[in-house]
Design a protein around this ligand. Sequence first.
Ligand SMILES: [Ca+2]
Length: 583
Amino acid sequence: MRLLLSVTFLLLACGPTSRPNDGGVDAGVDGGSDAGSMACLEPYRTCQQPFTFRALDEQSVTLRGNFAPDGWTVGVPMTKQGGQWVASVSVPWGGAVQYKFLVNNAIWVTDPANPALLDGNSVVTNLTCTTWTCAADAPDPAAFDWRDAVIYFVFVDRFVDGDPTTNCHVPNVDPAGQYQGGDWKGVTSRITDGTFTRLGVNTLWVTVPVTNASVGGSGGDGHLYSGYHGYWPSDLESVESCFGSKQDLVDLVSAAHQHGLKVLFDFAMVHVHQSAAVFAQHPDWFWPLSYNGGTCVCDDQGVCPWATTAQRCWFADYLPHWNYTVAAARDYSVDRALKLLVDANADGFRLDAIKHVDDSWLTQLRSRLTTEVLPTRAPRPRLYLVGETFEFGNRDFIKSFLGDERLDGQFDFPLRLALLQSVVMRQTPMSSLKSFVDGNDDFYGPRAVMSTWVGNHDLPRVIHFAEDTPMWSDPYTNGKDRSWLNQPQLPNYRRPFERLANAFAFLFTSRGAPLIYYGDEIGLPGAGDPDNRRMMQWTGLTADQQWLEDRISKLAAIRAATRRCGEACAPRFRSATTPGPTR
Ligand SMILES: [Ca+2]
């Protein structure tokens, strides 16, 4: 949710429980065989890693290392068996351990049998085993593996008008901020005609489905907007009639599933619109607008700076901010999210501006998904939660929202910065990207599925960063200077499309779930919000646009050929002979 606030959003922002397998402990580095263990995906496996130290006349030996929070200070006592001291510790599949032996509680020694050292310690890396335990909440291996996801952000209002009878119009709103007629029937029509399958997408992120305010609101830029974007929820108990009926939404998800597509609903849980009945009925469920003798609208100049009041300041004076430290408020919101997902049979959420709500909201949502929704589904999948934290410097902060009890992933803003700077904008050498990625691939942990991306609805269209002279020099500019005047045109030469293709080649061949912002596959032009949300172009593609779309489709096919499968091994992706509609 950065429709109104692009500038001010800046910088705000396993030791698994075990499910026993056959009980054997026959661990060893590089075992690699699946024989003998319960089936679960690699990130949910835990190995018992043995350590040995040749015994001479020691009184005691303790294994110390980073295998546990107290591993360096307490460690694990080793026992003498035959001619050696032995101990084993639990290590996540694919993990690494730095360690030393503490002899007689006095002498630290590295492992004489292991020449590998890191930072002065012995180290073993990339640990696997032939027998493992599976985490208690491990999804069935037959279920869709989210590491295979290729996500497409469908901006419903700007995609396809499949039913003009429900189109909405808010008086006095500027055209670019007005409802444009896109709807769920329109999205469904593109599901069933194979558009997504041909592109190689297998997951749709659909804009917020709940009812939004039907009045206009100031965008803080002198223009009046409608709630076409979905980020002004006014009734969490009904769906947005401008996009169709509830049945239309159910039909969308059903059609998606029939075509091998997962569906993530965008969910805006930070605030409601002031017209929401729940705000009138329960004002105590929201942070008060007045604060410290002033008005608490998020603002770095006002009484409520982003950095210190992010979880209570109002994004605008008409958007009351939920107070989820109130249990009843939290219960209500989580209830609504769950019901929305269950009723439509969706597969997860994209959670807007997650850092602006109390952590208890997220842990409660995850807990209820696990206990109430998972048992109803087969094969038992992981319900994917991906968060938005607009933060491109502090990776520790982004990571702090991840975990079995929280998010599966977040949008990788720092990676986008590195990718744009090197590949798209050519400001830094490729070695900078390599250096960044070397430290980023494993940063978020083995179970994280970050969503990797180059474009979204809050930033100028990425094609303009790829022009010979990038239209903006700052990869995270809001591009508002050309939103309303001097709006950019589609580049009329191939090179920007080639640069974009290179960026997507990186995304599709790297860890993470690549995200395509609708239209980026054809280099759709546009400056900052709302010009970056033009109606999708379905006809009259230039040769350059068609070339880029074909290239992305090929990349998706290459990625699909190496996917991990599960349930999803049904043929989802285009083969060379599959005919499809002509656009
Ligand atoms: Ca419509």
